[in-house]
Ligand binder design. Structure first.
Ligand SMILES: [Zn+2]
Length: 231
């Protein structure tokens, strides 16, 4: 895969999600390239030591166009959202711990801190099944609607952005909010932001400059790429 700025940005996003404990060995992120093409990590790659050679290009039906390995089985998730959402420029799908806990017990995502409030409300797909077919992808896209994020019951989360910076930052806000909500629930009933407070948060915080600052915060913490096993 070309060592283009978009490829490097996608690699950084996945490595940052891995370093932050948001993505696991199965998560995947993508960028829409235009002309029905999608840049995405391969299914078998090591997320923590990802390089541009671990990316591939697929079409909007999940078929491999370019790359040395296949996309993830759940690549349909990305294709379905790009088909349904012309505004979507990037998609993050992870299986993060805290937000998934909420879905396991039917606890709704509640706006408990400012950055997390801008994503509220977050719809939930009512099945843990993988998004590995066109039908499941269309179903998830229907649940997501025009929202920036959705959760999948006992499975994971998806965020959608105009670009990968936005999709990454929203994924980090989503998981941080879920973590705070979970912790607060252990000691009491968390305070939930009012509609007016949420609106003020959105006005102030839904801002490309602030998204970039959050991205830079995580990027500055990226560890060096570790050697491969056996190196
Ligand atoms: Zn998944």
């Amino acid at each position: 895969m070309d060592d283009s700025p978009l490829s490097r940005q996608l690699v950084d996003a996945i490595r940052m999600l891995e370093a932050a404990g948001i993505i696991d060995y199965n998560g995947h992120c993508s960028i829409r390239l235009g002309e029905g093409r999608v840049l995405i990590n391969t299914g078998s790659c090591q997320r923590a030591r990802l390089g541009v050679e671990d990316l591939c290009i697929i079409d909007l039906e999940g078929r491999l166009i370019e790359g040395r390995a296949n996309p993830p089985l759940e690549c349909h998730l990305h294709c379905g959202i790009y088909r349904a959402r012309p505004d979507a420029g990037a998609v993050v799908h992870a299986h993060p711990r805290w937000s998934t806990y909420l879905t396991m017990v039917g606890e709704p995502y509640r706006p408990v801190y400012a950055q997390g409030a801008i994503l509220h409300p977050v719809p939930v797909l009512d099945t843990p099944d993988s998004i590995n077919t066109r039908e499941m992808a269309d179903r998830l896209a229907g649940v997501l609607g025009p929202r920036p994020a959705a959760l999948m019951k006992s499975h994971g989360a998806v965020t959608v952005g105009r670009d990968i910076v936005e999709a990454f930052v929203l994924a980090s806000y989503l998981e941080e909010n879920a973590s705070r909500q979970y912790m607060a629930l252990q000691i009491g009933t968390p305070y939930c932001f009012s509609e007016a407070e949420i609106a003020r948060c959105r006005d102030k915080l839904w801002n490309p400059g602030l998204f970039r600052r959050t991205w830079d915060h995580y990027r500055a913490k990226l560890p060096p790429v570790p050697p491969a096993a056996g190196d």
